[in-house]
Every structure is written in C-alpha cells, then in structure tokens.
Design a protein around this ligand. Structure first.
Ligand code: HXC
Ligand code: NAP
Length: 281
C-alpha cells in the first residue's frame, strides 16, 4: 500500500504501544522506517513488543509512563529526545474503559477513565506540542477516538465524554497550532478485536455476537487496516489534512450507537453481566 520508506527518519511516540491497536500501529510505522518510542504503565507490555519489532530491524525505545501524570509524561518525552534528538509524531492511543450502568458508577470509576483518556491525551499533546514548537519542525499528533465521541453510548459514559473531549481538543489545536506546522487528526475505529477491549466490553456469549451482527460490512476490523490509516495520517503526504477524524468501522456507527443494544435487554440481567466482568481485587 505504501513505499517502504514512507516514514523513514521520523520519530514517533505511541502511548499504549505495547498491546492491541497501539502495537499494530507502532509495528506498521516501524516497518515503514520510523523510529518508535513505546510507552505505557507496564514495561511487561512494552518490552516483548519492542523485542518483536527489533527482530524485524526496528529502532525502538521503551519508556514506562503513566499518561495521567504530567511529570511522568515530561520525563518520557525527555528520554525520547535524549535518545533520538527530536520528535515527529505522537499517537494518543492509551485508554481505559469498562462497561457499567451509569447509576452504579463511582466517582473514582468515572475519574480513572477520564484521567487516562482525556487528561492523558492532554498531557501528551501539550508536552509533545511544546517540543514541536521548540524544534520549529512541526509534527503530527494522531488521537485514537471512538465513533461514540459524537453519538454518545450507553454504559460507557466516562469513555464517551473523554473521547468527545479528545476530538474537540484535536479540532481546537488544529487551528491554534497550524502556524507551528503541527497537524492534529483523529481516528474513530469501530470494533477491532483486542484482548484489552474484548475482556472489558464484550461479555462472553453476548457482546461479540451482538457487535458483529450490526456491522454493515459484516465483520470486525483488521489491525492492519487501522495501522495503514494511522501511517497515512502520520506521513507527510497527508500534509493538508488537519482537524479531521477518520472513521474506520465498516459502517457500524451509521447503524446505531456502540453499546446501545444492551438497553434492549433486561436491565437487571445486564447489570449482573457487567458486574461479573469486573476484575476481582
Ligand atoms: C465498575 C469499575 C470497573 C468495572 C474498575 N472500576 N473496573 N467500576 N465496573 N468493570 C472502578 C474501580 O472500582 C475503582 O473505583 C476505579 O474504577 C478505578 O479502578 P482501579 O482498578 O483502581 O484503576 P486502575 O488500576 O487505574 O485501572 C484502570 C482501569 C483498568 C481503566 C479500571 O481497566 C485498566 O487498567 N484499563 C486499561 C486498558 C483498557 O481499559 N483497555 C480497553 C480500552 S478499549 P472505586 O470507586 O471502587 O475506587 C476502548 C474501546 C472503545 O476504549 C470502543 C470499543 C468498540
Ligand atoms: P488495549 O490493548 O487495552 O490498549 C490500551 C493501552 O493503554 C494499553 O497498552 C495500556 O498499557 C495503556 N494504558 C492504560 N492506562 C494507561 C496509563 N494510565 N498510562 C499509560 N498507558 C496506559 O486496548 P485497544 O483495544 O488496543 O485500545 C487502543 C485504543 O483504541 C484505545 O484508545 C481505545 O479506546 C481505542 N479503540 C479501540 C477499539 C477496539 O475495538 N479495540 C475501538 C475504538 C477505539 P498498560 O496497561 O501497560 O498501561
């Protein structure tokens, strides 16, 4: 789909880059010549992915960082600069999510998701943005959003409000930072099977079937399809695209909001099912 050196010489940070879609996007960027900084809370998620990528010849730095903590983000970016000298791209991919009836949601439950998704994206975007401005080179910031950022969705209220904020941040800064040659775009994926999302959002025997049935394309997304879209938006060839959110969902959102289907079931059974999915401490 692309020339092999599409991203040659570019240094790209991927938050949540050790697992799922972050791993897929990071791997594709590395195949296209980029140097990668993989970051998330757990080095145990980052190092195995980095090792796989290094075996394919990629130059990869792993830095543990909690995107909720501004100092942690600043330290991560400083390590990236120390190693690679400059930055060209950031993928705001780290997220937290779970299904929960909103009347049962605790303050801390709401806060933890909003802190990871919205504050995390803000912390990374402004820290990397300042670096782009300092370098004078410009750069590209890509945020992984969701289609319910504009439709809303039952049972994922904190994620919906946070992703919606990330989308508006993308559009606001696309205007404000255009003069610094910084582009900001978003991707809204439909359902792409990952361990992280499926274990929290697709209740066994109910979720997966329900989601697949309502996708006009009749299937889930493939990781390589998302990774190619991300590579395109990070590449110089898409230089006139900014403030945009590209949906990649097989037509799913046009058929109705993401988890709204659950409202058609008995609410007590739904609440019990969601409670069963909750990790036991
Ligand atoms: C209700 C829950 C809950 C659940 C946690 N909480 N899980 N409430 N239902 N299933 C509450 C806890 O009780 C606690 O509140 C608060 O949330 C914080 O929980 P902790 O476990 O202490 O938080 P932490 O260790 O920081 O973990 C964050 C996390 C966890 C978000 C809860 O799931 C995580 O680490 N997630 C990262 C990966 C992830 O979520 N990936 C999925 C992304 S998929 P109290 O009040 O008890 O203190 C995605 C897809 C979108 O976004 C679209 C799909 C189509
Ligand atoms: P995932 O594998 O669970 O990815 C989430 C990542 O975020 C993990 O690598 C996790 O790593 C990291 N993370 C969580 N909290 C963090 C924190 N405080 N600081 C730093 N990193 C943190 O799930 P995924 O499905 O690939 O999701 C990736 C992105 O796609 C998310 O933005 C999600 O909302 C979006 N998305 C996914 C789907 C889908 O169907 N899969 C659909 C729409 C949108 P650690 O645990 O190591 O911190």
């Amino acid at each position: 789909m692309f020339q092999n050196d599409l991203l040659k010489g570019k240094t790209i940070i991927v938050t949540g880059g050790g697992t799922g879609l972050g791993k897929a996007m990071a791997t594709r960027c590395a195949q296209l010549g980029a140097q990668l900084v993989l970051t998330s809370r757990d080095l145990g998620h980052l190092e195995p992915t980095a090792e796989e990528m290094r075996k394919q010849g990629a130059d990869v730095l792993t830095v543990p960082c909690d995107v909720r903590q501004p100092e942690s983000v600043e330290a991560m970016v400083a390590k990236a600069i120390e190693r690679f000298g400059k930055l060209d791209g950031l993928v705001n991919n780290a997220a937290g999510n779970f299904l929960c009836p909103s009347e049962k949601l605790s303050y801390n439950g709401f806060n933890s998701i909003v802190q990871i998704v919205l504050y995390g994206a803000f912390n990374c975007t402004t820290t990397v943005g300042r670096q782009f401005i300092k370098q004078g080179t410009g750069g590209t910031i890509l945020s992984i959003c969701t289609t319910y950022a504009w439709t809303g969705s039952a049972y994922v209220l904190p994620s919906a409000v946070a992703k919606s904020g990330v989308l508006i941040m993308t559009r606001s800064l696309a205007v404000e930072w255009a003069r610094h040659k910084i582009r900001l775009n978003a991707i809204a994926p439909g359902p792409f099977p990952t361990e992280g999302a499926w274990s929290r959002l697709a209740p066994p025997g109910m979720g997966e079937e329900m989601i697949a049935k309502k996708i006009p394309a009749g299937r889930f997304g493939r990781h390589d399809e998302l990774a190619n879209l991300a590579a395109y938006l990070l590449a110089d060839g898409s230089g006139y695209i900014t403030g945009e959110c590209v949906t990649i969902d097989g037509g799913e959102w046009l058929m109705g909001g993401e988890f709204n289907e659950y409202t058609k079931h008995d609410p007590t059974a739904v609440a019990q099912m969601m409670e069963m999915m909750r990790p036991k401490k």
